[in-house]
Design a protein. Structure first.
Length: 619
């Protein structure tokens, strides 16, 4: 009987004695309801997912391996030796050919009329040798397949029958005169669990693997493979003989070998299935309480030293129960006697009828027993399905909880993403505003610097213009003085006109000529001064245009100025064009001076430098 059945029957018997006793029930209930949160019962099993490709490849290839083995390929080996003629059993063609070549085997000259009889003859023995290369290849392939399947099947079976369980509970019951504290931790790991996870697919695949294993074993036990096993096993690489390349059976066997030899995977995967029976059901908690009570009883029994006393009470109780059973049996016999007397039959006849009835009842009992066993098996199956259903329900609850947690995490991540994006946008806007403010400050500073420089230049220009105007006013004052002096001279001339008409006329002519000359000089000087002033003003304007052009160039070089619509108006673009023309004139004049400096530097030590017209320009 299996140990599991023994333990189960013993526990059922134990429960039968305690389940209906009020005191035991009270103790169990107190223990079962104590510290429920500390109860833990977990188990781990493995579900194998076997890959079908290598199973199918072996099944298809074994069909051709069987046919190849059935061919029983062989070659004839001839072994010959020279033996005395009396040991020769059969003479063959090889014997005659050998005797014709070896006349020295004839040592006696026969008498006249007698036949020539040699002393020795060459005898050939032809033997069948099955150790051909192809058969040795088949033997190696079968051995390789056997190891290939055994390795994976052992791993799969070990994994499928692995069980890891852990149970912990802490119970404490405090009564008026008794305090009981029980703490238990059970950890079990076993690889011989006879109740793996029910999986029809993997079960069918394992059955196919075992069928292949049986076929390989039967082929290795054939006479052909037994003979080939005596020869040295061949080693890779395989020599592809004509038979292995041309014979269909051997060719498919070689393809199977190539597939198995190049197979790198384990051939299976597995899923870990965890069973969490926490919180414990009422039945499990009640049975665990039985374990706690039994442990407490054993400790109390040996700690108190009352085993002998309990043993005596046990025998007395057994004796009392036997007496009760004997009394019940006696009452049954008396009732049987009474029935026998009432049936007008002797006791022997009545016993025969009872025996016949008992045989019928025993037969019915056997049938009922088989039906009861089927019912028990169905109940066990129902319990297993209920357990599996509860486990699946628990796993569904766990998965739903996990899904809810993941949904919450996703919602939290989405909210965090929205907040992060809002913070990023806000930070970006702040950075942009700061950059705009910094740009505005820098632009204002440049404008202020430019305005300051322009004010300085304007002040200098106004100072220069004021000087020129002052010079012009001084000249006008001098001119007025000259006019007044002239008027005085005219008055003096008028006074002396009568006496010096001729001389006056000459003087007047001379004065008028001189006056015209002075006026011409004054006009030329005035034109020259005005032209000089205009040129100075034009130079200042051109210098201002150049300075503005240089400032815009510095801005553009430092990335502070980009093409915009600020210069698209007609007035602003004309001003920009004027700035460009001023810069071109400055560039041409500077280039003329630079060329002269280069020529002076180049021709300074060689003599007189070549002349160049003043109007030369550089394009």
């Amino acid at each position: 009987m299996d140990p599991l059945d023994i333990y189960y029957r013993a526990f059922k018997t134990y429960r039968k004695e305690t389940v209906d006793r009020a005191a035991c029930e009270r103790d169990r209930r107190a223990l079962a309801q104590s510290n429920i949160d500390a109860d833990r019962l977990e188990a781990t099993k493995y579900l194998c997912n076997i890959e079908e490709d290598w199973i199918q490849a072996i099944e298809e290839g074994l069909e051709f391996v069987e046919k190849a083995v059935a061919e029983e390929r062989q070659f004839i080996r001839s072994d010959g030796e020279v033996v005395p003629i009396e040991k020769v059993k059969k003479v063959s063609k090889d014997t005659v050919v050998h005797l014709a070549k070896h006349s020295d085997l004839i040592t006696h000259i026969p008498e006249e009329g007698e036949e020539v009889v040699p002393d020795k003859l060459y005898m050939v023995e032809k033997l069948s040798d099955y150790a051909v290369y192809e058969n040795r290849f088949l033997y190696m392939l079968l051995c390789y397949l056997r190891d290939f399947i055994n390795f994976r099947l052992e791993k799969i079976e070990t994994l499928r029958h692995t069980y890891a369980g852990k149970m912990t509970f802490q119970k404490e019951v405090i009564g008026k005169k008794r305090r009981l504290s029980v703490e238990t931790r059970v950890v079990e790991n076993r690889e011989d669990n006879p109740f793996p996870i029910a999986d029809e697919k993997s079960g069918a695949q394992i059955e196919r693997i075992k069928n292949c294993q049986q076929i390989i074993t039967s082929l290795l036990n054939t006479d052909l493979m037994t003979q080939v096993a005596k020869s040295p096993m061949i080693k890779p690489p395989i020599t592809k003989t004509n038979v292995l390349k041309m014979n269909n059976n051997f060719k498919r066997a070689l393809a199977l070998y190539d597939y198995i030899a190049s197979y790198k995977g384990t051939g299976y995967t597995y899923d870990t299935v965890r069973y969490d029976l926490t919180p414990l059901t009422e039945t499990v908690a009640d049975e665990i309480a039985e374990i706690a009570n039994l442990s407490a009883f054993i400790a109390y029994q040996y700690g108190n030293g009352i085993k002998d006393l309990l043993e005596n009470e046990y025998h007395e109780e057994q004796h009392r129960r036997k007496q009760i059973e004997a009394k019940k049996l006696e009452e049954r016999l008396n009732r049987l006697k009474k029935r026998a007397l009432e049936s007008d039959k002797t006791l022997e006849e009545y016993m025969l009828v009872l025996e016949e009835r008992n045989r019928i009842l025993e037969k019915d009992s056997e049938e009922l027993q088989s039906i009861r066993q089927e019912i028990d098996a169905m109940y066990r199956r129902i319990d297993a399905l209920n357990s599996e259903k509860s486990e699946l329900g628990r796993r569904v609850d766990v998965l739903q909880t996990t899904i809810a947690e993941k949904d919450e995490e996703i919602a939290a991540l989405n909210q965090k993403y929205v907040e992060d994006m809002a913070d990023t946008v806000r930070q970006h806007e702040q950075n942009v505003a700061a950059l705009h403010a910094a740009h505005a400050d820098e632009t204002a500073a440049l404008h202020a610097q430019f305005a300051e420089e322009m004010r300085g230049k304007v002040d200098a220009y106004e100072t220069q213009v004021g000087g020129l105007q002052k010079e012009l006013a001084d000249w006008h004052a001098q001119y007025d003085d000259s006019v007044r002096e002239y008027n005085q001279k005219i008055a003096h001339v008028d006074e002396r006109e009568a006496h010096f008409d001729g001389e006056v006329q000459k003087l007047v002519d001379a004065y008028e000529a001189k006056l015209r000359d002075m006026e011409t000089r004054y006009r030329d000087e005035q034109i020259a001064r005005d032209k000089s002033a205009d040129e100075a003003l034009a130079g200042r304007d051109e210098e201002n245009l150049y300075l503005r052009t240089e400032l815009d160039g510095l801005r553009a070089r430092n990335g502070l100025m980009t093409p915009s619509t600020d210069y698209t108006s007609r007035e602003r673009f004309v001003e920009l064009e004027a700035e460009f023309e001023a810069f071109k004139r400055f560039f041409k004049g500077q280039w003329r001076l630079t060329k002269k400096a280069i020529k002076r530097e180049v021709y300074g030590t060689r003599g007189k430098e070549p002349t160049e017209p003043d109007h030369a320009t550089h394009d």
